[in-house]
Design a protein around this ligand. Structure first.
Ligand code: COA
Ligand code: MG
Length: 304
């Protein structure tokens, strides 16, 4: 059984210790939030944050927004109770669990089995999704195995903050400029996106800490989008609109895709495999490319 497709143009990170920020997040128009139990929450506040997250999931109106909880990694003393407490407390009001610092396919299998047991016990009428950060060099090495580990897995996220630490990349702030000639994250984004696409799951780009630099954030979104990633994290509300804009196809591109498809279907019916469209050659590969645009437009809706 595979998971439903969800919009992930923007995933907003919200500290689970902050009732105020969770309330604010529920009032925003966005695709996806994850309520954090990991690095945005100090160790002394983690246990209490679970209860606050359960309250926010059950009591706030999240509208169209997908509700995810980010748990601590499986080497910590917190992870199993993170899952147990939030799933027992929120049940069907939670859509996805996000795993941190995954080290290999076994971590995915563990979460999958624990969730299966809980869904049976709680008699949930839905299957909770799973997604994972790829933010350790061990995970990047095994990203293909991780991506294929469970059909519960919906997305891989490139977490460049911890990843920088894990690889020893010299960087001042998360997602920021390193002065490296070229794009420092080109290889990692490519590798992760290929693994995700080969398993029909989403690839998402992680955080950009300098939330007062919207132009650089937009450029980071654009780079991720061109490679086939479906969205990027926001750590501050001001980043949401930018990500949702960059990861939505432009109306003119959707119109052109439909026109191209119609022209190609016409040619196909006349027995032609490749034809001229707006002065360029198109063939069935061109149609596969624009089908991606049309699929995104269908999921987002609102394109006339
Ligand atoms: N989710 C929801 N609301 C947020 C938010 C977030 N991630 N970040 C800021 N806000 C709210 C603030 O509470 C404030 O609300 P108000 O106007 O009702 O008072 C408003 O947005 C403006 O915030 P601002 O004053 O500009 O920033 P701040 O100093 O309150 O917060 C950070 C700055 C960086 C501390 C905050 O954005 C944050 O905690 N981000 C998430 C960090 C995180 O999750 N890290 C782990 C993953 S990388
Ligand atoms: Mg991390």
């Amino acid at each position: 059984m595979s998971q439903p497709k969800r919009l992930r143009r923007c995933q907003l990170s919200v500290p689970g210790s902050s009732e105020k920020m969770m309330q604010k997040a529920a009032s925003l128009d966005l695709d996806y939030v994850f309520l954090d139990l990991e690095d945005a929450v100090a160790p002394s506040a983690k246990r209490e944050a679970r209860g606050k997250i359960v309250g926010a999931l059950n009591d706030l109106d999240w509208g169209r927004t997908t509700r995810c909880v980010r748990i601590n990694d499986l080497t910590t003393e917190y992870a199993y109770e993170d899952i147990i407490e939030v799933v027992e407390g929120a049940g069907e009001n939670i859509d996805v669990i996000m795993l941190t610092k995954c080290l290999g396919p076994d971590d995915i299998t563990f979460c999958d089995k624990l969730l299966s047991m809980m869904e049976k016990k709680l008699k949930l009428n839905k299957r909770i999704g799973l997604e994972t950060l790829i933010e350790e060099v061990e995970a990047m090495q095994k990203v293909d195995e991780i991506a294929a580990a469970s059909d519960r897995l919906e997305a891989l996220i490139f977490g460049m903050g911890d990843y920088s630490a894990s690889q020893g990349v010299s960087i001042n702030d998360i997602g920021g400029d390193t002065g490296y000639p070229g794009d420092i994250w080109h290889y990692q984004r490519q590798k992760l996106t290929i693994a995700a696409r080969a398993n029909r799951i989403d690839a998402v780009d992680g955080p950009f800490a300098d939330f007062r630099s919207p132009d650089t954030y937009r450029e980071e979104c654009r780079r991720a989008m061109i490679l086939g990633m479906v969205g990027k994290w926001a750590i501050h509300p001001s980043q949401i609109e930018i990500a949702q804009d960059v990861f939505s196809p432009k109306a003119e591109d959707v119109a052109r895709a439909r026109k191209m498809k119609a022209a190609y279907e016409d040619a196909w019916s006349q027995g032609l495999g490749s034809v001229q469209f707006e002065g360029r050659m198109i063939d069935i590969a061109s149609i596969r490319i624009v089908d991606n645009t049309l699929q995104k437009a269908d999921m987002i809706g609102g394109y006339s």
